[in-house]
Structure formats: C-alpha cells, structure tokens
Design a binder for this molecule. Sequence first.
Ligand code: ACM
Length: 264
Amino acid sequence: MRVGFVQNNPVFAEVGSNLSKVESLLAGNNADLMVLPELFSTGYHFLSREEAFTLGESIPEGPTTQTLIRICEQNRISIIAGIAERDGDRAYNSAVVIGPEGYLGKYRKTHLFDTEKKCFDPGDLPLRVFDIGSVRVGVMICFDWRFPEPARSLALAGADVVAHPSNLVLPHCPQAMITRCLENRVFAVTADRVGTEERIPGSPLRFIGQSQVVDPDGNILIRASETDEEIQIVDIDIEKARNKSINAHNDLFKDRRNDIYRTR
Ligand code: ACM
C-alpha cells in the first residue's frame, strides 16, 4: 500500500486558491491513501466563533469536501483531510474521509488546543476506524497526539494506520508520534503544514512542518522539511501492524493489565 502526505502552506481564508494548490501538489502522484493537514483549505488561526461559522462548511455538501471527492474519483485514491465544519449552530475542527467511490465519513477533533476552544465545539463523535480497501484507517487530529488514549483507542478498534492531520506549533509531536506507534504497533501518517500566520499583529504562529510516516517499529519512513511545501509517498506493508507481538513472550495487547491500570 502506498501512503503519503501533502505538506502545504495555506493563506488564511483563501479557500479556492488553497484547494487549487493542493490539487496541483497531488497531480501525477500515485498513492492509495493521502493525508492532508488540519484545516488545510482555510488556514489555522481562527480568531472567533463567527469566523468558524463563516468559513466552516457542511460535510459533505461544502466546496472543500466536494473538491476532494472529485480528486479522489479522478485519481482513484483515498484522502483524509482536516477541514472547518459548520453544522447548524455548531462549529467543529473536523477531518473528512473520502475514498475513490466517494465520501465515507468524518471525525471531529476531540482535544481542542488553546484558543481553538473559543472558536470550535469539542468533538462529539467516537474515535473511528474506516475500511479503506483492505486497510483499516483510524483518524485523530493534531493535539489529540498529546493524549495517549486516542491512538490507543484507534489501535484497539483495529486501526492499521493512524491518519493524523495536523497544524503543529509545538516541537514535540514528530518525536512523540514514534512512541504512539511503538505503544500500539501501528503506522502513523502525520500531515503538517509550514509557514507562518500572523492574524494578531505581533503574535505570529509558526508551523513546524516535518510531516512524516512512522512504522510500527518506530522507524521514520519519510519525513518532510520544516519549511517547504511537499508531497511524499512511501510503500508500507500493512501486515506489520497486525502483529502486536514484540518478542516470544510479549504482546502489546494481550499483556495489558486492565486490572492494575487506573483508567478513570
Ligand atoms: C494543534 O492542535 N493544532 C496544535
């Protein structure tokens, strides 16, 4: 299976041109599954709920999802991408899951980061695994990485691959995702963005790039630069994620001690 990421540099609120840019980055590349960053078509730094309502789109009717559906049909690929969602009087930081035959579903970010809490409602959907061909793909969004539970929940639900649309501003996530992969013996595709947004003069947000694919042994198979728009794709052997044993005596799932752990 060929999986990869697009690392883009969207301009806030320029949805049409941000979408065209990503479409041209994707053109001519041959992959089964591509992950796009969090809020990839709007940009990241929403300042108010009103902005989230104005730029948020209904899923799957909105222009961002419809464009991705067309791209997936034309290129016979699957895409998982972060978008701003509006649903009635609610706004979510969401991700859509689309296959070559069309829209498959969505996820809404569970753990909102910092001022996202002023603009979006917290996710109210389960951490879910989608069947994409013969591969099971779980979805979490950016700051969800900072909690071990989302990746574990997805792995326990059968995920082979964790798709992880992101807009990273802190430095730790690329390394931390190696641990998430080791803990769960899953692949993880983190798609980040680059560039800077300075929506509040004097308070720039710089995004750290370093989109990557990590394997169940914690190897970084591909990692992008900190500064450039990029697309990278790698072949992965999904069977590696289906074997949770780490030696003759240890199995990551069977050895769990729910009788000892505190989970609440
Ligand atoms: C983040 O969750 N975008 C840092």
